[in-house]
Design a protein around this ligand. Structure first.
Ligand code: SF4
Length: 549
């Protein structure tokens, strides 16, 4: 009738769908399991009609006057048959020589000649029965609440839930047309016994299944043995020698060749974990910056800014540091050289809050440095910025570059600018290593080391006992305990010697259990830390509880 009278594409398709629904096919197929594949295909076809109807409706506003045009008779038939020819439903999986794996329940009406249900334990079937297996209690409450005039509903009792679970279990058994294999582990990971599901017995007693017997397969036979069938893509070949994993903790090995150069600034990284050092410095496993803001680029910009600020302060009329920061901020920020500026931070509106905050923090640090000028200023003989150092130790060449070195009569203080807070650097040996080298190259005593933190606007100073400089406590300055600098320089010397020996050996062992950087380490998977800690892999977690993994 619709084809005779004519209609738009969506109307034709809706009528076609009504034909299917009116035929009540599910009622006809209900008592004939052989029709299951046909029902499945019909359901897929109906879904495809729905998709096409939706597409046609969404398209209507964009096709203008053409939407008024009706298709009738031959044209309507041609439209429907062309759509039918061009449309495909999801192909049936092959039925022979194939194995389908499901991580959850198989699709409705699924069946195969042989069906294997893993984890057929009492712990899983019926399981804890906290929720109704067919419909969550929360949904059921809503449904019951929506029909005040209807019969009073009730939530399923424990016995109802168990019955529903048993029905589902039996439906799964019926997925095996000729054979259903119920498998389970004898015990869980802790060795506690796992009982087989009670539904097994009731299914056999009621005649739902005919039990053909059972056998025990020891864990030693879990892998296929010679002569047994196996799946080459996922199982080891029978008789294949066992792969022996390398012992933990692993060591990375460097390609043979001359010992690579090293950086004095990487001493902390090496001492924390040589494997991480290898991953970051030799293998180049650096995590790319997340999001728009590039912390490395911002760090480079800040270093260049301070270099320029101090240059103009000491070579000029003595303009205050906050005023210099204000004046030089934009010229350095917008320097197109990626080794100096970070123009996107100033021009990208999405980074404007970051940029404002960073400037605020930098001005705070400028004010703090102005305070320290009361101590450094009168004694300063020279200031070195981006000062390059080199040291050859045990055949390894170390290089380094100090952000700022204040040279005074008899001693020096080496200072470093950090983007973050100063706290993580309280145990750092980076500046102590610089001091050990500078002591020889400058011929002066190391009087102190200091980290400036942009994030907290603080200065952490470690001064030697012979240092005559007197900094005020508080006001953003933290002084380390007496003796800290001397001990750190000693540790840095020993650390550099150990690092040189390690680099020459070509082996970079992972420091499982002692490294502090593990939570944010990009080499975490490579160094098998999780394995060493006995962590369960995500895939194993999924099957936890069935005892079948
Ligand atoms: S995760 Fe920890 S132990 Fe492994 S490489 Fe990184 S720092 Fe070293």
């Amino acid at each position: 009738r619709v084809i005779e009278e004519g209609g738009g594409p969506a109307t034709l398709l809706e009528s076609l769908k009504q034909l299917w629904e009116g035929a009540e096919l599910s009622g006809l197929a209900e008592s004939d399991p052989k029709l299951d594949p046909f029902v499945r295909q019909a359901a897929e076809a109906c879904r495809e009609v729905d998709r096409k109807i939706l597409l046609e409706k969404e398209r209507v506003p964009s096709i203008g006057p053409a939407r008024e045009r009706l298709l009738r008779r031959g044209e309507a038939r041609a439209y429907l048959s062309e759509w039918a020819e061009e449309t495909s439903v999801r192909p049936e999986p092959p039925l022979a020589n194939a194995l389908a794996l499901f991580s959850g329940p198989p699709p409705v009406l699924f069946s195969r000649p042989c069906f294997i249900l893993a984890g057929a334990t009492a712990k899983a079937w019926p399981g804890a029965l906290k929720e109704s297996p067919l419909l969550k209690d929360s949904v059921r409450v809503v449904l019951n609440g929506e029909s005040p005039g209807g019969p009073a509903g009730r939530l399923p009792l424990m016995a109802d839930r168990r019955l529903q679970r048993e029905a589902l279990f039996r439906r799964l058994l019926a997925a095996g047309e000729s054979l259903a294999v119920l498998s389970r582990a004898e015990g869980d990971e802790q060795g506690r016994p796992l009982e087989r599901t009670p539904f097994w017995k009731t299914a056999a007693e009621s005649g739902w299944i005919r039990e053909e017997g059972s056998f025990l397969r020891p864990a030693s036979a879990a892998l296929p043995r010679p002569g047994e069938p196996f799946f080459p893509q996922v199982e080891p070949r029978p008789g294949e020698p066992r792969v022996v994993r390398r012992p933990l903790p692993p060591s990375a090995a460097r390609e043979p060749g001359p010992a690579p150069k090293a950086s004095l600034g990487d001493l902390d990284l090496w001492l924390d974990c040589p494997f991480r050092y290898w991953a970051l410095k030799l293998a180049g496993f650096e995590e790319p910056p997340r999001g728009l803001f590039d912390p490395a680029r911002a760090g480079t910009f800040l270093h260049c800014l301070w270099e320029e600020v101090w240059k103009q302060r000491l070579e000029g009329p003595g303009e205050p540091l906050p005023s210099l920061v204000e004046r030089l901020w934009d010229p350095v920020l917008f320097d197109p050289d990626p080794r100096r500026g970070y123009p996107a931070l100033g021009s990208d509106r999405r980074l404007s809050r970051r940029s404002e905050r960073l400037k605020e923090l930098t001005l705070k640090l400028a004010a703090l440095q102005e305070e320290t000028e009361d101590v450094f200023g009168p004694r300063r003989l020279a200031q070195h910025r981006e000062y390059r150092m080199a040291l050859e130790l045990e055949g390894v060449l170390f290089r380094g570059r100090a952000d700022r070195v204040e040279v005074m009569d008899g001693g020096f203080v080496v200072l470093d600018y950090k983007s973050g807070k100063v706290d993580p650097y309280k145990r750092s040996l980076q500046l102590a290593a610089y001091s050990a080298v500078l002591e020889d190259t400058l011929g002066l005593a190391p009087w102190g080391t200091g980290f400036f933190g942009h994030s907290d606007g603080r200065l952490y100073l470690a001064l030697s006992e012979e240092c005559p400089l007197r900094f005020p406590r508080g006001k953003g300055i933290t002084l380390a305990k007496a003796g800290t600098l001397e001990a750190s320089v000693e540790k840095a010397r020993e650390g550099l010697a150990a690092m040189a020996r390690g680099i020459r050996s070509g082996l970079y062992p992972a420091s499982h259990g002692t490294a502090t950087a593990c939570p944010r380490c990009p080499a975490r998977g490579l160094c098998r830390l999780g394995e060493a800690r006995g962590e369960i892999l995500p895939e194993e977690e999924e099957t936890e509880g069935t005892g079948d993994d």
